[in-house]
Design a protein around this ligand. Sequence first.
Ligand SMILES: Cc1cc2nc3c(=O)[nH]c(=O)nc-3n(C[C@H](O)[C@H](O)[C@H](O)COP(=O)(O)OP(=O)(O)OC[C@H]3O[C@@H](n4cnc5c(N)ncnc54)[C@H](O)[C@@H]3O)c2cc1C
Length: 461
Amino acid sequence: MTDRCRRIAIIGAGFSGTTLAIQLLRRVTTPTEILLIDRSGVFGLGLAYSTTNRDHLLNVHAGRMSLFPDEPDHFLSWLKLTNHPAANDADLAHAFLPRADYGKYLQDSLAAAVKAAPLNVRIELITGEVATLDSGEHHTAIGLSDGRTLIADQAVLCLGNPIPYLPARYDDTASLAGRVVDDPWTTDALQRIRPDDQVALIGSGLTMIDIVIDLAGRGHRGTLHAVSRHGLLPNAHAASHAYTIDAFDIPGTIRGQLRWMRAHVAKAAGAGIDWRAVIDAVRPHIQLFWRALSKSERKRFLRHCRAYWDVHRHRTAPAVAARIDALRTSGQLTVTAGRIAKIECTADKIALSIAPRGEASERTLDVDWILNCTGPTSHYAKGPDRLVRDLLDSGTIRLDGLGLGFDIAPDGKAITKEGPPSSRLYALGPPTRGVLWEITAVPDIRIQCAALAENLATDFG
Ligand SMILES: Cc1cc2nc3c(=O)[nH]c(=O)nc-3n(C[C@H](O)[C@H](O)[C@H](O)COP(=O)(O)OP(=O)(O)OC[C@H]3O[C@@H](n4cnc5c(N)ncnc54)[C@H](O)[C@@H]3O)c2cc1C
């Protein structure tokens, strides 16, 4: 071991970066400085947990949301310490709590880890946008957009999903273009929407649901038109007995995997167990299922199955689903399956032309707003992110074979354009989706964070 202080830079302080920092603070024993960098100036919330709307609920129950794979009750213990008003432990474990509470848990856990870290392990929280990264033989130089340069021994990309953009063209010089909102999370658009405005929401997944819940909570009265290619909404969670699958003999084709899954759903149904329990039983092994598929089989899944898989796998809290059902029943929320054909901004309305699925002619909706709710995209290469462009252009990283994110080696090292893994650069979380597929939610990302922290803690000598 050496006494030299090494520096590990974590770029992005959402769930992935913050959890990695906490894990490093707990595991590292040699002199180390951790640089946790985020352009937002907020540490520990990221996109998912920065909402202050208490109707935005976790879509995973509290019992599965611990930061630590080896301490499954950690979140529940924190909730009890903060006097969460649940009737009993079982109720608490099965509750779908506000995402804002989870953000507080993350920030409290970071503060606790900083306090408990050995004296020779320090963390610095740095506000700044990383624009360039030069990973050389001896160190990594991290360039911030304000001109600062930080030097680190290792760097970890925890960048989250790329900035969303609307999958349709429109005339952005038109006067109403400001009402076509590419990223509903980062604008004050929702505050500007008047209660009787007609709103089109492109996408019908969890992002659409968040936005509808938000608007409904503000007393919105106008019609909300959700449009997506398949018109499918996420299923709701429902209580069920657990289902267990003992042995995994994983088929190598998507057709074989679907057949396998259907057989288990039928077997579960025969025992009075809900299909959701089968997905929950398979879920910890989904990365293995993905790895078993060839590139062409993975493409087949993305083309034919993804939309159906997503609405079964990514489910909503029952209370949220009930509110969405009520809005649909009242007619205030409509859902159309179709493709966006055209967007035209007229004098006082936006004309949204839709080619409905299975219909020959287009339909036009006159709306006051179009909100892009297509959710997290995978278009890292096409997005405006300066750092990602710099990394791809310099060959420091490359996209995975499907272009869903960054290519990584099994130990998390970013793979360079030339092929060998980088010796100093790693990637975590959603950008590694192409390699792992199931790396969207806390129960999966926390395992990846713990493994990388262990690796970084032990490999420095
Ligand atoms: C709305 C929503 C709700 C969700 N709900 C749940 C749930 O209930 N349960 C669950 O298990 N999972 C949920 N998830 C999934 C989940 O937990 C996340 O996707 C996870 O938070 C990913 O965290 P991340 O840190 O990788 O990305 P992000 O949270 O997006 O954080 C990335 C961070 O990197 C920073 N950054 C990016 N580029 C740069 C740069 N160049 N320089 C400096 N900083 C940069 C950003 O500012 C950001 O803070 C949800 C996801 C979303 C989007």
